[in-house]
Design a protein around this ligand. Sequence first.
Ligand code: AMP
Ligand code: ZN
Length: 448
Amino acid sequence: MQPLYHKHSLQVFNSLSRKKEAFNPIKEGYVGLYVCGPTVYSNVHLGNCRTFMSFDTIYRYLLHLGYKVRYVRNITDAGHLENDADTGEDKIAKKAKLEQVEPMEVVQKYTVDFHRTLEHFNLLSPSIEPTATGHIIEQIEIIKEILEKGFAYEVNGSVYFDVQKFNESNDYGKLSGRSIEDMVANTRALQGQSEKKNPQDFALWKKAEPTHIMRWPSPWGDGFPGWHIECTAMSTKYLGEQFDIHGGGMDLKFPHHECEIAQAEASKGKSPVNYWLHANMLTLNGKKMSKSTDNNIYPSELFSGENKLFSRPFSAAVVRFFMLQAHYTSVLDLSEEALDAAEKGYFRLLESFSTLEGLSSKEGIEDDQSIQQWVNRCYEAMNDDFNTPILIAQLFEGVKLINLINDQKKTVSSNDLSLISQTMKAFFFDVLGLFDSRNSDAKQEGTG
Ligand code: AMP
Ligand code: ZN
């Protein structure tokens, strides 16, 4: 049998071109997918979970279409400073000092929490989950290449990317839509306070001060990598200098992804990624859920019901269903009302699977074209930039069909009955990654 991707033309919204484009992988049948993973200095909140769930659903649909996918999602365990413009302390080192433990104990604790939490939501594991600290040598090698090509400079044991020099031959800002002139205008006030040539330059390698606890030897002395270089090093190592899809949350477009493009173009002379996909934010009370402010809620608080915002618990399956009812590029606000509604819809779908078990077909009747058309509409929804809300609306059409057959208001051939059953199950369980919360207590228990 031919893989399904031969029959379906997938369209994806590419943040780089700001358009929907036909998805054509570099090598037929294979997809290289890189998604920025968490910075493991605290527990993941529901906003983080939404982004990882969005890419899990994308990964699942690519697998469903028959692609062989190499899915790389990293763990940021060094280099991410408090301030995205590379100032302040390393987030992990700061937490280690606060808790009086080794930085790697912080990393271990929150990596375990991350994995457990995603398991509750039934996320598939990536094919490779590399860490920044495991790839210091690769990062140093790319920094050396950028220096050799003349797009970086060394000052006092630190190495900075020369944004203005790069912009003379390339387009810095093309992903985020920012112009370098605006960046210069906005940052002029800071000039003179830093060892950088220009404020918009970013760190590739930072010298470690004597008190800095996370440090590695390098050609420039003891130090640690900048945040952006790890993703360039790991994506290049496991997916090649050019690969198909790079994903992450919308808030990573700038500076993180913009800098990844610059680093790759400066070192390898080519654009690293064909399709940039960005997942939108989960908000609470209309504001972005965030680790650094108190505006967040942890999955375990929702599963246990022990929180200040919701009057009762919600299962991980209901939360996943709620998230998938919005398109991944739309902002989504979390509220009890919305979770109540999602729970009703989820149970309606779940019940239809029990009804399905009891249905019988009729012999001697023709296949009904409208059922094949309904199947096609399910695929069309996902082919249109992974439109899960439209897919879910189609699954409710499937529920109506199942109820009509059950009420003997419609008769179907055995072919059609198995088509309905296969389609409902494939999309609900395999593609959307939903599960029966009544049979999977493990998935509902709170995380640590
Ligand atoms: P971090 O651990 O802060 O690097 O974030 C991990 C991932 O979660 C990144 O892809 C972020 O873009 C994403 N993220 C952070 N906050 C939210 C939010 N409120 N909604 C959705 N995704 C988020
Ligand atoms: Zn990244």
